[in-house]
Design a binder for this molecule. Sequence first.
Ligand code: XMP
Length: 516
Amino acid sequence: MHSKTHEAILVVDFGSQYSHLIARRIREQNVYSKIVSHKITPEDVKQQNPKGIILSGGPASVYASGAPRCNEKLLYMDIPVLGICYGFQLGSQILGAEINSSENREYGNTRCTVKDHSTLFSSLDDSIDVWMSHGDQAMELPDDFQSLAYSDNCPYAAARHKERDFYGVQFHPEVTHTPSGKQILNNFLFKICGCSGDWEMSSYIKSAVEKVQKQVGKEKVICGLSGGVDSAVAAALIYNAIGSNLSCVFVDNGLLRMNESESVIKTFKENFKVDLHFVNARERFLEKLSGVTDPEQKRKIIGHEFIDVFKDEANKIADIKYLAQGTLYPDIIESVSAHGGPTVTIKSHHNVGALPSELGFELVEPLKELFKDEVRKMGSELGLPDDIIWRHPFPGPGLAIRIIGDITEDRLQTLRFADEIMIQEIKSAGLYGKIAQAFAVFLPVSTVGVMGDERSYENVIALRAVESTDFMTADWVKIPYEVLARISSRIINEVRGVNRVVYDISSKPPSTIEWE
Ligand code: XMP
């Protein structure tokens, strides 16, 4: 769907933590971008027919042995190339420059003077602030290169090759700390690559619908709804493509938030006349989880049980050939990253909620080229309510990993009430949309309190609220004291069995977002 129907920019990944960000910044300017491995062949590039190529940054030094390199022909294909940091050093090295470890390392905000406003720096001031993060740099470049900007320590903060369409910046235009970065990328896309900006959600939806129709034809598709935005948007899109040939399955595992299953069912019944199968599997899950306290064990049990329940339900629907999954672009990028791939298992997220290939279905993954914000945009254009589109992410194992230790019906009920109060208060303070994830956690420790004249000895609720863009790192949110005070007093007054509320002030890393 990408380069065949949309103009595309390829972001060649050398293992930079910012490669995602480069791709997003480009898409924000209505140009489709795709992250590809640095091992991409010139033939593959030719086939994808990009308007431009960006060589990403990366943690290595270009002269280190084993440093990732790209095929040198990429710089000789008559396709404009922009190298960022490592990508700049590598590109200039391929074109004949010598790159050295520099005494003048630069990290953080740096002021640059622009020498040439004709291309990359068109419509920018003479002096700009940029974000640097490099040890190596080109102190001298051959005569074929022209410096476009310099800083105190970096004579080639930006440069271009005089003959080839190769441009390079030593700084990071993709991060918000480079305020003119958006304009610099815009100049590359529109002035240098000649893009027209044809990446729009409405046209993307049209081609995504056609693609689903072409893939599945008259066959039937099944989709598991979780209540989250990804599966809801995938289902809505597929419904638009094939209507009643889509069946959705919603499993209530007993680990959902307050009124969650009712609200998902209502949304799908009201907005789409989709064939919806509701499975009440609460007892089945809770029985299997009885007495289990280890978080990974909980995840495994829930994952397996979900597959079994889903399989049973799918068997009741005749002739299903395809399974729809709400896989997003970031879920698949790891497989192309230079040094990518998960290292140690901190939590086995990816094993929960994903359905295995043994189910025997072929996959339909209509969101796999999209970032989360694009999925939300799509959902909104497809008519899904804001409540689903902007809902905070909720883990597959649900409240099971927000009750520390044993899961019981009583604890689930206590946690649901506390969680609901927290969310209500955050919403009424106008904070919900500014927070990436907020929730309550049940702590099975009894602490002493005094209620009226009575001594109480009851449980603790911890509140967690984080800001995050990618959920890989997160900061705890500085919720105003008066909001915290309201949440705390309401929980203690309204939720039976709780006499203490604490606020989690740990960031990730080292603390993960969920407590288990
Ligand atoms: P952590 O706790 O690792 O969470 O900082 C990062 C993000 O992942 C979610 N999460 C999960 N999602 N199954 C899921 O589907 C899981 O087992 C799981 N554990 C954590 C978490 O809510 C946060 O958004």
